[in-house]
Design a protein around this ligand. Structure first.
Ligand code: NI
Length: 218
């Protein structure tokens, strides 16, 4: 890897020096990391692959990311969002966002390292997304409705899954973070970028589900 002074990975001495080596007691304590917000350069860069998914430093990062995501009540988090430009994401599919099919079923917390995504359809659907790095806002984002994703688990084993609907959406959103892309950059209609609090006035017309009458061909 070429020397890049502004880049740190868990294999760099800089990162090692500044990562506390916790005692077993501290290891179990919660660590909530600061989340980078839109505009921070770490969110614009292409993250580096994780060299060893089983490394202790990587597992420490994962634990802290899980604490941070739970504290922020998020469905997913990518390492660059906590200022670590490595290709690692965590996510889950809560029951309330799950669909009927096996591919969109509730999914427990998943750690996905060096992920790759392959769309299995050309169909994209609009759906509301928020992002811990874009606090207060939500936007309607077109995403592939069905994908295959693969990568590595923290024990080094291979993960390969087919995902639909919200499951496919959250994986696409999180993996975009690894390429320096935030969801507003995927939007095709910026009139659908709104403050979450303004949703109390109702869903914008462009996102309203058609009523039965309107869905009939005319
Ligand atoms: Ni995000």
């Amino acid at each position: 890897m070429p020397h890049r002074p502004n880049f740190y990975s868990c294999r760099d001495p800089y990162y090692k020096d500044f990562t506390p080596r916790p005692s077993p007691t501290i290891l179990r304590a919660m660590a909530i990391l600061k989340i980078a917000r839109m505009g921070h350069p770490v969110l614009r860069q292409v993250a580096e692959p994780v060299q060893d998914p089983t490394a202790a430093q990587v597992h420490g990062l994962i634990r802290n990311m899980i604490d941070t995501m739970r504290d922020a009540d998020g469905a997913g988090l990518a390492a660059p969002q906590v200022h670590v430009p490595l290709r690692l994401v965590i996510f889950h599919v809560p029951a309330e966002r799950a669909g009927e099919s096996e591919e969109s079923a509730p999914t427990p917390l998943t750690v996905l390292i060096n992920p790759e995504i392959e769309p299995l359809t050309e169909e994209k659907k609009l759906g509301w997304e928020g992002c811990l790095s874009v606090p207060g806002l939500m936007g309607a984002v077109p995403r592939f409705t069905k994908i295959r994703y693969s990568g590595f688990a923290p024990d080094g084993s291979r993960i390969e899954r087919v995902a639909e609907d919200f499951h496919a959406r959250v994986v696409q959103h999180e993996c975009d973070h690894l390429d320096g892309i935030l969801y507003p950059q995927r939007m095709t209609d910026l009139s659908l970028l709104i403050f979450q609090e303004e949703m109390r006035h109702g869903t914008p017309d462009a996102m309203r589900e058609p009523t039965e009458d309107e869905s009939e061909p005319v």
